[in-house]
Design a protein around this ligand. Structure first.
Ligand code: SF4
Length: 198
């Protein structure tokens, strides 16, 4: 469920990677502790992505090549819960550099599947994952993986969040609705189109 260890935490670039085209809003997305299913649902907008391409400019995302989070972004979209130190760094960077922050999917909104480890002590979780369930050369990694937080947190427990889109994952229609409303300068009401566990 964790982000790949090779995925670097975002760093703020001195200048935007690419200036947004006139009339477009800039959008940054990333995943934290999730399964990437919410991003797959984003892609499920299918032909509507072509329409959106005229209205948004994705400046940072696992879906594009840009590797630096620009200094100022109109809209940040985060999938997944905050489970390790790398997640924590990403969330704070997004909050600092994005005017509006969207919590996308149940893992981001309430912890969901990653938070199922919360009733257990962290040492017991690590022991179970890296020793008890491993047949060949069990060992606890000390390098190359971010340190886990004691407790898995939803985004809003770490930074203020502007829009919550529940669902596991939220359907493409719900994501398109929220984006369309925000692009139009309106405040979306995602609960009218999606719900927890949807
Ligand atoms: S909310 Fe569901 S689809 Fe989205 S990252 Fe979490 S488990 Fe995956």
């Amino acid at each position: 469920m964790n982000s790949p260890a090779t995925t670097a935490a975002p760093t703020a670039a001195a200048q935007p990677a690419t200036p947004p085209a006139p009339g477009k809003i800039t959008v940054a997305t990333t995943w934290l502790d999730g399964c990437s299913g919410c991003h797959m649902s984003f892609l499920d907008m299918d032909e509507r992505l072509v329409d959106l391409a005229d209205r948004i400019h994705i400046v940072y995302s696992p879906l594009v090549d840009a590797k630096d989070l620009p200094e100022q972004v109109d809209l940040g979209i985060l999938e997944g819960s905050v489970s390790n130190e790398e997640d924590l760094h990403k969330v704070k960077a997004f909050r600092k550099h994005c005017k509006l922050l969207v919590s996308l999917g149940d893992c981001a909104v309430n912890g969901n599947v990653p938070a199922m480890r919360n009733p257990f002590k962290l040492d017991a979780v690590i022991e179970r994952a890296y020793r008890e369930n491993v047949d060949h050369n069990p060992q606890i990694p000390t390098e190359g993986v971010p340190r886990l937080l004691k407790t898995v947190l939803p985004l809003h427990a770490v930074v203020p969040v502007d829009v919550f889109i529940p669902g596991c994952p939220p359907c493409a229609d719900a994501i398109f609705y929220v984006l369309s409303e925000l692009i139009a300068g309106r405040t979306p009401d995602p609960i009218t189109v999606t719900r927890f566990g949807a």
